[in-house]
Ligand binder design. Structure first.
Ligand SMILES: [Zn+2]
Length: 126
């Protein structure tokens, strides 16, 4: 399976951030203060679509947004999240959930499993 995250060069990231700030806003929707570029990360790139995770350094609000580079379109999707950028990256890199995975989860809940065993099962490499 192909990794959904392509490498984003620092120059490319700078272009995307500039486009985002020109098209949308460089200000936090929650507290109105400016975003620090240090806390804006590209978490996924597919073709010309970039998904950005923004964290406001002032009020700690996390937000997701996207930028479509080639056609100069960007929009802030108001998804406030408590996930950190690293957690977002992990999710973006994870494999899609398959039907078999859901069946495994159903089996787990049918068993009387200890929390520790459950965590071990989830974290063991398949
Ligand atoms: Zn804020």
């Amino acid at each position: 399976m192909q990794n959904p995250i392509s490498v984003v060069t620092p120059k490319e990231k700078e272009e995307i951030l500039t486009q985002f700030q020109d098209l949308v806003s460089g200000y936090c929707d929650k507290c109105g203060r400016p975003y620090n570029k240090k806390y804006i990360n590209v978490i996924q790139k597919q073709d010309n679509v970039y998904v950005l995770h923004l964290m406001c350094e002032h009020c700690k609000a996390n937000m997701l947004t996207y930028v479509i580079k080639s056609i100069g379109l960007s929009n802030k999707v108001q998804i406030y999240t408590d996930l950190s950028v690293d957690e977002m990256k992990n999710i973006a890199m994870s494999q899609p959930v398959k039907a078999d995975d859901l069946l495994d989860i159903c089996e787990i809940f049918e068993k009387d499993m200890k929390a520790e065993d459950f965590i071990n099962m989830l974290t063991k490499p398949s």
